[in-house]
Design a protein around this ligand. Structure first.
Ligand code: SF4
Length: 339
């Protein structure tokens, strides 16, 4: 029998639209639009995925767009809560425009975790990269989340301040870290993927913080791509576009793997012939072929050059799908959501 990946977690982008115009983002340039398109995940499709795949216990909602632009987000996170599925936005949110009722729902329905993209410690610095955004509005929304977390005596969502290091903001890293602590957020310093926009100046300081001053230096020093861990998502958190098409991993925006999780079934779609071939490529068992998205990806090309293949992932056969289903004790009671 052919073994298949049956992940507990999947990624489905809630919104490919974003209201900001960050200079290096492929959403701003339009590079994602030919494949990703512009749209929102529909609540019916979200419910169908949860109901039809009871082994799913977590769904990551963020990727290239801003999840809070999806008008159906509150009903989706309420449904996930009722069905005992954890939702997260760990790839990132900009958190600029969110109704207070939505922030309340995020806490009430125990949204699990959220990574907030804040590349500065004041508005003047923040808006150099997050064009169209407002630092004070973002911090105000974090304070509202903290207000509801205190009101409902809940630790959820866990909040992370994600700070992309640039030349124009590196002097504010200590202050941003301090503010994150005051807001009960963890702090993560990240290297920019674009070496041309505002490159870091204090390379030694950034190197001490992240292991390298740039992603290229990271590749040279460590022999692997800075974001090689993304490839593991092909097994343990396959990425699905807002309309159900299969992207495989969060980085891929240039080609789809084929199939549609909403129309063809999730398990079938994330184990198509092409995605299984890609998994073999990433383990160095098969060569690159043009119609597999990984073949033109920088991360794969680095792996190919340095022979730093992924080690084999545990695969589960369909016969084990019946074990460990979510929700065997029934849905959650909404009366307990405040607790
Ligand atoms: S090689 Fe690139 S496209 Fe393929 S899984 Fe890794 S990050 Fe995604």
């Amino acid at each position: 029998m052919m073994l298949k990946a049956r992940p507990k977690k999947i990624g489905i982008e809630a919104s490919s639209l974003c209201q900001l115009s960050c200079p290096s983002c492929p959403n701003t340039s339009g590079a994602i639009h030919p494949v990703i398109g512009r749209g929102f995940l529909k609540a019916d499709d979200f419910r169908k995925i949860i109901d039809g795949n009871p082994w799913i216990s977590g769904i990551e909602l963020s990727n290239y767009g801003e999840i809070f632009l999806n008008p159906h987000l509150p009903e989706m996170i309420e449904y996930a809560f009722m069905r005992r599925v954890d939702v997260s936005a760990d790839n990132g949110v900009n958190l600029n425009d969110v109704k207070e009722s939505v922030l309340k729902a995020v806490v009430r329905y125990r949204f699990r975790s959220m990574s907030c993209s804040i590349d500065g410690a004041c508005n003047e610095t923040y808006r150099i990269y997050r064009r169209g955004g407002n630092f004070d509005a973002v911090l105000g929304n974090i304070e509202k989340l903290n207000y509801y977390k205190a009101k409902f005596s809940s630790p959820w969502p866990r909040l992370r301040w994600q700070f992309v290091a640039f030349g124009h903001n590196e002097h504010e890293i200590p202050l941003a870290r301090k503010l994150a602590g005051e807001l009960n957020m963890s702090f993560h310093l990240k290297l920019s993927w674009d070496p041309h926009f505002s490159p870091v100046k204090d390379r030694e300081m950034i190197r001490n913080e992240t292991g390298a001053a740039t992603r290229e230096e990271y590749r040279q020093l460590h022999g692997v791509d800075y974001k090689q861990s993304l490839c593991r998502k092909l097994w343990d958190q396959p990425q699905i576009n807002w309309d159900g098409r299969i992207l495989g991993c969060p980085r891929n925006f240039w080609a789809e793997f084929g199939g549609n999780a909403f129309k063809d079934g999730l398990l079938h779609s994330i184990n198509s012939e092409r995605i299984r071939y890609a998994r073999k490529m990433l383990r160095g068992k098969k060569g690159a072929v043009p119609d597999i998205p990984c073949s033109t990806c920088d991360i794969y090309l680095t792996m190919q050059q340095n022979k730093t293949w992924l080690v084999k992932q545990p695969l589960l056969s369909p016969s084990r799908v019946l074990g460990g289903l979510r929700g065997v004790s029934g849905p959650r009671c909404p009366r307990h959501a405040d607790g």
